[in-house]
Unconditional design. Structure first.
Length: 29
């Protein structure tokens, strides 16, 4: 259960990858 990790990644990607949309799925794996 990495729901918290997923939320953190979404926030990071949203802030860092706002201009560059990257797939969160399989990004940390």
């Amino acid at each position: 259960m990495r729901i918290t990790n997923n939320i953190a990644e979404i926030i990071i990607v949203s802030a860092n990858g706002a201009s560059t949309p990257q797939p969160i799925t399989g990004e940390h794996r």
